[in-house]
Design a protein around this ligand. Sequence first.
Ligand code: GUN
Length: 168
Amino acid sequence: MTVSELNRAGRADFTNAVGFAFENSPWIAELAWEKRPFASVDDLHAAMVAVVEQAPQEKRIALIAAHPDLAGRVAREGRLTPASRSEQSSAGLDRLSKEELARLDRLNESYRARFSFPFVICARENTKDSILAELERREQNDRTTEIAAALNEIAKIAHLRLADVIEA
Ligand code: GUN
């Protein structure tokens, strides 16, 4: 699909086409639609990120919380969104040893206990080792810093997802 096709789409078609860029959070596409037309993928992405930035804090936290744990129960039960499955696979998270999986589970749990939302990272820009290292490092952040870090990763994930489906 092209940006000009998106610019001509109604709200529902637009949301169906690009809503997936933000995990389980179609409200971002629904609001960004009001900012059309978009000049490019980057312009659309900026409008979607602006919707997140202008949303109340509780909506931003709900966006983070809409992500499943990396290699967590949702993944093991085969219920990931197609985008999340392919991203987690690109980082090797679908091929962890028993020991690696146990370590990731432990770190995910401890992170979630501290912040009450899941650890989110742009899996396509990382390997299983850098993900484990970032999980340990970011757990030391204060809550405000960590919310910003998670939203920054979510913006990177969304940019890659949009670039996958929209012709330049
Ligand atoms: N990074 C890319 N996709 C995902 C996801 O679905 N969950 C988490 N936690 N991080 C991600």
